[in-house]
Structures are given as structure tokens and as C-alpha cells.
Design a protein around this ligand. Structure first.
Ligand SMILES: Nc1nc2c(c(=O)[nH]1)N[C@H]1C(S)=C(S)[C@@H](COP(=O)(O)O)O[C@H]1N2
Ligand SMILES: [Mo]
Length: 556
């Protein structure tokens, strides 16, 4: 037999082969991890878990940056673009690490193996330290690591079997003399033997096998993704809930003139598909209403365990509430308005019996996000704090918290609007919710603000009569007045849309006369208590942006 060439670690391959083997092993590891997760527990995909951990561990600045990322070019709405960007970023980092490890492995195979182990451990840790960890979640990271290591071992086994040269010669057995002792001359020359005993292993075999493993791994990952998505809600079950979500106490009909959409304000109700979205969930949690359970516990007289049907047996009320994100910058668009149908959270808490000293309603979502709401606010009789089940006439969209979310008028979302609500614990403020340890304030009442929607920044409009338009909000206090001024001149009172509720935004419009040239328009709102929004500019962190919005534009 021709001896296999034993070059130190390279084994007759090039650097390119080593990089390929490393990439393919890591892709196999990630792909199979994703597949196994898709089969058993979608959130346990090591890749997914690492991305989730990056979100959890990232400093406030990074998360805030991500929140405001916008990719209009590829048509992704906010709240989605940052998530896709993060996943792509992690994939790129992984590929770069794999390529570097492959180069190192060309000289020392143990380095390549060690990198697979380290990545496996990172994925394993991310899964184990997830806030929603369950033992079944161990399957995906374990199989991921095993497959990565075995792909690596097998591909290098193939490398070690490379025969050189690629066409093999074989020497036939030569008989040592004639059995009968005759003096016949045995054949002397070796013969070229074809076909070969086994098909030869060449560098091309290594390439082809690696490619096949890579394609298989990507396929496995894709199947895992589909399975995970298949674990998504049975959409027909969600739609079937619609007739059961009719409110007993309907909101009064919308008055005419609730918006100035014709002049450039948003419509009074934001369609669900346009409703802003903010959350830390890289994959939208999918909980079926049939399996839904809400636990109310902690400093209460009686613990409650409620199913979706239990909630449906309670009186359903309809309320229009404008939700706002604390990280909304001045003139930003992290604000939307919807009609919600749900049950009174106050009634529920009264039934559980809140014990004295329970200052905080600590809520946890199915994806492990946490939120702290002041109990005193939720218990106010006219606050309208609710557990919402429907939004704009349909069961909550998955992205907005299906099947149940909290809504508390007048508080920023991060302290009140828990989506995919799983657990409510009455406790003190000693316990810190998700954003509190990331630099945001414990209390988050919504600040009085206004926004200029028309003109747009740097827009060129016609000289002469021009109608500016926008919105103003001070949920639960209401808006009593909006003023605008042009080029630092005198304040001019804007016309307000008909008030629908003090928990919702109000639109404004103002007629201006524009001379040719560049202009600046500013706005300021006054809340229902007569307090004017402050001029002082403040960043969103820690408790919401302040400052008068200003738009620069041209008239020509
Ligand atoms: N489970 C969960 N609920 C959450 C969040 C989150 O990250 N996870 N973000 C909150 C924040 S910061 C805001 S502003 C609102 C946004 O709700 P929306 O996405 O329906 O507009 O949801 C709140 N509820
Ligand atoms: Mo938010």
C-alpha cells in the first residue's frame, strides 16, 4: 500500500481547505443547534440565545442606538431592523472567528478544535443563563457542540486519508516459487491495477465533503427556523377569538375632527401594522390563548391563577390609549394610538387583595423581560389600567403582546406596557425591573410633548399660505393648548383637534404666511393642568426627552 503522507498538521491540504473545514464545522454546529431547538424549544437555539444575551448584556447606549436604527432601503420598520442587524452582525463575527481559527488550525489542529469548544460553551452558557431556561433547552446546545466537534474530526480524518499521488498503484501478490516446486519464472513487473480497491481520497474529496456538510447544515438551520416558526400560533385560533372580544363597555363613538390627517397629522387611530414596536424579543414569543396562564402573587391576600377564559369572563372594557416609548427623541415617532379592549387591572388587584407596602407591580413576560409599575397609579379608580386582549378590533397582534399585555395610560411603556404578560408579583421597589439597572428611572410618567409633522425637516414648500400640523400628548392629563412660532417670532395659538380622551394624543394645525427663504418652526404644548412643556433640552435617558421641537425648512 502506498503510505499516506503525514505532513505535520496540514496533512497535504492548503490553508484554504483548513479555513473551509473550520467554517463548515462551525456552520454544522450552529445549523444543527438551530434544528434541534426548532424541534424542542425554539428559544434554546445557541445562536438565538447568544443574540438574546447580547441584547441583555449590552449597555443602555448600544440598545438605544439599536432602537433608533432604521433601514428604509430594505423596508424594515423600526423595532425589526435592529433585530435583523444584530443577528446579521453576530453571524459575521462568527464567520470571521471561524476563518481566523481555520488559519490557525492549518498549523495546529487542536486550535481549531478548541475554538469549536469555546464557541459551544458560549452558546451553552447563553442558553443556560437565559431568563426562560428549562431543562429541555440543554438538548440544542449539547447537540450543537457534539456535531461541531464530530464534523471537524471527520473532515480531518478525511484529510488524513488523502492518498498521494491521487492515482494509486498496487503491487499484486507475487508467489514465492511454485507450489509444486517447478521452476517457472514468477512475474516480475508490478501491474497497474484498475479499478482501485477503494475510491481515492483527494483534496477534492475534502472540498466536496465539506461543501456537502455545509449545505446540509444550512438546510438543517433553515428547517429549524421553519419548525420554530411552525410552533407559532395557530393563527385560526387567534382569529376565532375576535367575536369573543366585544366589549361590554364600549368607548363612545369617535367624534368628527379627531385628527388633521388631511393636513399632515397621523390618523387618530394607528393601524396595527403601523403601530411602533419596541421590545427586546429577537423572536416574537408565541403563546396560545388556550395554554395561557397568568399568576398574580407576592404581597397579596389571595394568589390568583387566571386562564385566558377566566379573563374573558370578566367585564371587557374598551379604551383608547396612546402608548409612548421613553426613548422617543424630540420629534421622534415612537408613539402610536390604539383602541384596546381588556379587563380592569385595578379590579383584579382588589380581588387579590394588595397588602400594605406593596409599592410595585412587578410584571414578567413570557420571554423573561420585566417591568415595574407603581401600585398606587394602577389602583387609582379613574386611571384605566388594564390587561388588554384586543387592539383596534382584533386579538392583540403577536408583536404587540398576544395573548395578553398590560396598558396603563400616562406611563411610558417600559414601566407599564408588558407584552406577553406571564406573571404579576406585588412587591417593593427593592426589586429592579429590566431597564432600571440599565440607567432608566424607576418612575416613568409621560412628559408633555409636541411634535411637528408638517413641514418635514428641510422640506421646500410654497411661498404664501401654509398649514403646519402635528401632534401633542400628555397622557392622563390631557392637552389644553398648542402654540407654534415661526423664526423665533411671537407664539401663535394652533387649532386643536376634538379631544377624544385625556389618555390619547391630540392633533394641532396652524396657518402661517411664509415669505421666500429659509424658516424655522417650533411648537410647545400645554397639558390639562396648565403646565407648558419645558424648553430645556434633555436626552431620553433616564426619564424621557424634553425640549421644543424645531423644524427647518424653505419656502420658494
Ligand atoms: N415583553 C416585553 N414587553 C414590553 C417591552 C419588552 O421589551 N418586552 N418593551 C416595553 C416598551 S419599552 C414599550 S415602549 C412598549 C412598546 O409596546 P409596542 O411594541 O406594542 O408599541 O412595550 C413595553 N413592553
Ligand atoms: Mo419603551
Amino acid at each position: 500500500m502506498t503510505p499516506v503522507r503525514h505532513a505535520p498538521d496540514a496533512g497535504g491540504i492548503t490553508r484554504m481547505h483548513a479555513v473551509l473545514i473550520q467554517l463548515v464545522s462551525i456552520i454544522a454546529s450552529v445549523g444543527v443547534g438551530h434544528l434541534v431547538a426548532g424541534l424542542f424549544s425554539p428559544a434554546s437555539s445557541p445562536f438565538q440565545a447568544v443574540a438574546d444575551a447580547v441584547v441583555r448584556l449590552s449597555p443602555e447606549g448600544l440598545t438605544e442606538f439599536g432602537k433608533s436604527l432604521d433601514f428604509p432601503a430594505i423596508g424594515l420598520p423600526r423595532g425589526v431592523a435592529d433585530k435583523v442587524g444584530l443577528l446579521v452582525g453576530i453571524a459575521v463575527v462568527l464567520l470571521v472567528v471561524a476563518a481566523l481559527a481555520g488559519i490557525a488550525a492549518y498549523h495546529r489542529r487542536s486550535v481549531g478544535r478548541a475554538v469549536i469548544i469555546v464557541l459551544g460553551v458560549v452558546g451553552f452558557a447563553a442558553v443556560c443563563f437565559s431568563p426562560v431556561f428549562a431543562p429541555v433547552d440543554l438538548l440544542a446546545p449539547l447537540s450543537s457542540m457534539m456535531v461541531g466537534l464530530s464534523a471537524y474530526a471527520r473532515l480531518y480524518h478525511l484529510v488524513d486519508s488523502i492518498t498521494e499521488p491521487s492515482v494509486r498503484f498496487s503491487v499484486p501478490k507475487v508467489t514465492e516459487g511454485h507450489p509444486e516446486g517447478t521452476s517457472e519464472v514468477p512475474p516480475t513487473a508490478p501491474q497497474l491495477v484498475t479499478p482501485l480497491v477503494t475510491s481515492p481520497v483527494t483534496r477534492r474529496t475534502v472540498l466536496a465533503t465539506s461543501a456537502a456538510v455545509g449545505v446540509g447544515a444550512v438546510g438543517a438551520g433553515a428547517v429549524g427556523q421553519l419548525l420554530g416558526a411552525g410552533a407559532r400560533i395557530d393563527t385560526s385560533a387567534r382569529t376565532a377569538l375576535k367575536p369573543r372580544l366585544q366589549p361590554q363597555v364600549a368607548a363612545p363613538p369617535l367624534p368628527a375632527g379627531a385628527d388633521f390627517a388631511a393636513q399632515g397629522s397621523p390618523p387618530f387611530l394607528t393601524p396595527n401594522k403601523d403601530f411602533y414596536r419596541i421590545d427586546t424579543a429577537l423572536r416574537v414569543p408565541t403563546i396560545s390563548a388556550a395554554d395561557y396562564q397568568l399568576k398574580v402573587h407576592g404581597m397579596v391576600a389571595r394568589e390568583l391563577l387566571l386562564s385566558y377564559d377566566d379573563l374573558l369572563r370578566r367585564p371587557l372594557v374598551e379604551q383608547r390609549v396612546t402608548l409612548t416609548c421613553v426613548s422617543n427623541p424630540v420629534n421622534g415617532d415612537l408613539i402610536s394610538n390604539a383602541s384596546f379592549v381588556g379587563v380592569s387591572l385595578r379590579e383584579l388587584l382588589l380581588e387579590a387583595g394588595v397588602r400594605p407596602g406593596a409599592e410595585q407591580i412587578f410584571s414578567t413576560s413570557y420571554d423573561g423581560w420585566t417591568c415595574g409599575t407603581p401600585t398606587s397609579v394602577v389602583l387609582e379608580p379613574d386611571r384605566g389600567a388594564m390587561l388588554a386582549l384586543a387592539m383596534n378590533g382584533e386579538p392583540l397582534p403577536l408583536e404587540h403582546g398576544y395573548p395578553v399585555r398590560m396598558v396603563v395610560p400616562g406611563l411610558y411603556g417600559y414601566v407599564s406596557a408588558t407584552k406577553w404578560l406571564a406573571d404579576i408579583e406585588l412587591t417593593t421597589f427593592d426589586r429592579h425591573a429590566y431597564w432600571i439597572d440599565r440607567g432608566w428611572a424607576q418612575l416613568g410618567p409621560i412628559k408633555t410633548q409636541s411634535r411637528i409633522d408638517r413641514p418635514r425637516g428641510l422640506e421646500v414648500v410654497r411661498v404664501g399660505r401654509f398649514t403646519a400640523a402635528g401632534i401633542a400628548w400628555a397622557q392622563h392629563r390631557g392637552i389644553s393648548r398648542v402654540e407654534v412660532r415661526l423664526d423665533g417670532g411671537p407664539w401663535q395659538e394652533a387649532q386643536l383637534s376634538t379631544e377624544v380622551s385625556r389618555d390619547t394624543w391630540r392633533m394641532w394645525r396652524a396657518d402661517l404666511t411664509l415669505a421666500e427663504g429659509n424658516h424655522a418652526i417650533e411648537s410647545r404644548a400645554t397639558d390639562g393642568n396648565g403646565k407648558v412643556q419645558p424648553q430645556q433640552r434633555a436626552d431620553p435617558i433616564p426619564d424621557g426627552a424634553t425640549g421644543w421641537p424645531q423644524i427647518n425648512f424653505w419656502a420658494a
